[in-house]
Design a protein around this ligand. Structure first.
Ligand SMILES: [Zn+2]
Length: 161
C-alpha cells in the first residue's frame, strides 16, 4: 500500500515513513494533481479536506479523511482503516525527510556526519540512501517520545476496533 499525503498532513507523512510505509508527500501539489497521481499510481490519498476526499471517493480512489487532531489519533485511524503497523522496524523505516530507504552504516564511516556527543552515546546509525538527502539517523533522545506516541496510538486503535 502506498500513500499520497496532502499538504496539510506533513507530520503524518513523516510518521508513516518512520513506520516503513511508502509515502509521497509534496506540500505544493494541488488537489487536481493529487487526484490524478492517486488514480494513475494507485495510491491511497490521505487528506483533511472533506471536499477533496469526496472527489476522490467519487472517482473510486482509495482515500481516508483524516480527522484526528493529534498524531496519536491520526495514526490510530490509519492502523484500524488500513492495517498500518504501529511498530518501528528500522530495517523497513524510510527517511522521514524524503521517503527513500535507509541503510545501516558502520560507526567508523559516519564519524564526520554525526555530532560527537551522539557518536559517544549510540552505536547504530542509518543513512538515507538518496544521495541528494543523505540524512543520518540514530535512536537518540527523541526516541522515547516516538515510542510513547506509538504506544498511545496503539491503545486508541485497540479501542476503535
Ligand atoms: Zn532522505
Amino acid at each position: 500500500m502506498r500513500f499520497l499525503v496532502d499538504g496539510m498532513l506533513g507530520r503524518l507523512a513523516r510518521w508513516l515513513r518512520i513506520l516503513g510505509q511508502d509515502v509521497r508527500y509534496d506540500a505544493s501539489t494541488r488537489d487536481n494533481e493529487l487526484l490524478r497521481i492517486a488514480h494513475e499510481d494507485n495510491m491511497v490519498l490521505l487528506t483533511r479536506d472533506e471536499e477533496l476526499y469526496q472527489r476522490a471517493i467519487a472517482r473510486k480512489i482509495l482515500s481516508a479523511l483524516v480527522l484526528g487532531e493529534t498524531e496519536e489519533e491520526r495514526l490510530a485511524q490509519l492502523a484500524t482503516t488500513f492495517g498500518v503497523s504501529l511498530n518501528v522496524n528500522m530495517a523497513e523505516t524510510k527517511c522521514p525527510e524524503c521517503g527513500s530507504g535507509l541503510q545501516e552504516t558502520p560507526k567508523s564511516e559516519v564519524a564526520h556526519e554525526v555530532p560527537k556527543a551522539s557518536l559517544k552515546l549510540y552505536d547504530q546509525f542509518w543513512k538515507c540512501t538518496n544521495q541528494n538527502c543523505g540524512k543520518m539517523y540514530w535512536l537518540g533522545s527523541h526516541w522515547n517520545r516516538i515510542r510513547q506516541t506509538l504506544e498511545e496510538a496503539k491503545k486508541r486503535a485497540s479501542l476503535e476496533e
